[in-house]
Design a binder for this molecule. Structure first.
Ligand code: BG6
Ligand code: MG
Length: 235
C-alpha cells in the first residue's frame, strides 16, 4: 500500500485556479495584454513571479518593466486574488475532496500538500481543512516551480516517505511533470493532461477505491516492475 498522498491545492482541493486567472486577467489588461483561459492553462502550477514573466513575454513586454515595477504588478495581482479568497468556506471544497481526505486518514495513509502558492496556509484555514494535512511544503523555500519536482520532494521529506511510496494529485500539466520527475505515481484531474499515470475528468471521480486500485495496478504484486511512473511498460 502507498504511504502518502500529496495534493496540489489550486484546482484540486478548491477552484482557486479560476480566481488566479481573473486576478491576472485584470492586471494584464491594465498594461495592455489580453489573456484568455487557454493561455491561463499554462500558468497553472507556476509561481507568482514566473507567471508574471510569462504574461509579459506573451504580450511582448519582457523588457518594459523594472524589477520594482514587476513586484508592484505581482502585488496588485495578489491583492485582487486575496480579496477574492474572502468568499471561501468549507463549501468551496471541490466535490469528493472532503470524503477522500477522511478515507485516506481512516486508512492510516499520510496526507501532504505541495502547492507553490504563498497563500496556501490562508486557503486551508478558510476551507477548514488545515488539520487534515500531516505536512505542507513551504512554498517560500522552493526555488524552482513545477515542473521541477522540488515542492513534491520537499513534501515527501516532510512526511517521512520516499517518492516511490507516494501518489501525487494535480490539475496542471507542469504539476504532472513535477510528480513524475519526483518518481511518484501521478493522478491528473481534467481531460487536457498528458503523462499522468491515471487521468480523471474531475474530482467527482477521486475516491479511496480509485486510488488503491490504481496503486495495485501500478505497484502491486502484478504491476510491480512492469510499469513506469506514467504507466508505460518497462521492458
Ligand atoms: C499555484 C497556482 O498553485 O500557485 C498558480 O496554480 C499560482 O496559478 C501559484 O501562480 C502561486 O500562487 P500565489 O498565491 O503565491 O500567487
Ligand atoms: Mg493546481
Amino acid at each position: 500500500m502507498f504511504k502518502a498522498v500529496i495534493f496540489d491545492l489550486d484546482g484540486v482541493i478548491t477552484d482557486t485556479a479560476h480566481l488566479h486567472f481573473l486576478a491576472w486577467q485584470s492586471v494584464a489588461s491594465e498594461i495592455g495584454i489580453p489573456i484568455d483561459e487557454a493561455f491561463n492553462a499554462g500558468l497553472k502550477g507556476i509561481s507568482r513571479m514566473d507567471s508574471l514573466a510569462r504574461i509579459l513575454r506573451h504580450g511582448g513586454m519582457e523588457e518594459a518593466f523594472s524589477q520594482k515595477e514587476r513586484e508592484q504588478l505581482a502585488q496588485a495581482k495578489n491583492a485582487l486574488y486575496v480579496e477574492s479568497l474572502k468568499g471561501l468556506t468549507r463549501d468551496s471544497l471541490l466535490p469528493g475532496i472532503a470524503q477522500l481526505l477522511t478515507e485516506i486518514r481512516a486508512n492510516k495513509v499520510r496526507i501532504g500538500l505541495a502547492s507553490v502558492s504563498l497563500n496556501a496556509p490562508t486557503i486551508l484555514q478558510a476551507l477548514g481543512i488545515a488539520s487534515a494535512f500531516d505536512f505542507c511544503a513551504d512554498a517560500s523555500r522552493i526555488q524552482l516551480s513545477k515542473p521541477h519536482p522540488d515542492i513534491f520532494l520537499a513534501a515527501c521529506a516532510g512526511l517521512g516517505v520516499t517518492p516511490e511510496q507516494t501518489i501525487g494529485i494535480e490539475d496542471a500539466q507542469a504539476g504532472i511533470e513535477a510528480i513524475n520527475a519526483a518518481g511518484m505515481l501521478s493522478v491528473g484531474i481534467g481531460g487536457e493532461l498528458s503523462g499522468a499515470g491515471l487521468t480523471l475528468s474531475s474530482t467527482y471521480e477521486l475516491s479511496w477505491p480509485r486510488l488503491s486500485d490504481f496503486w495495485q495496478a501500478m505497484r502491486g504484486q502484478n504491476g510491480h516492475h512492469l510499469r513506469g511512473h506514467n504507466g508505460s511498460a518497462i521492458a
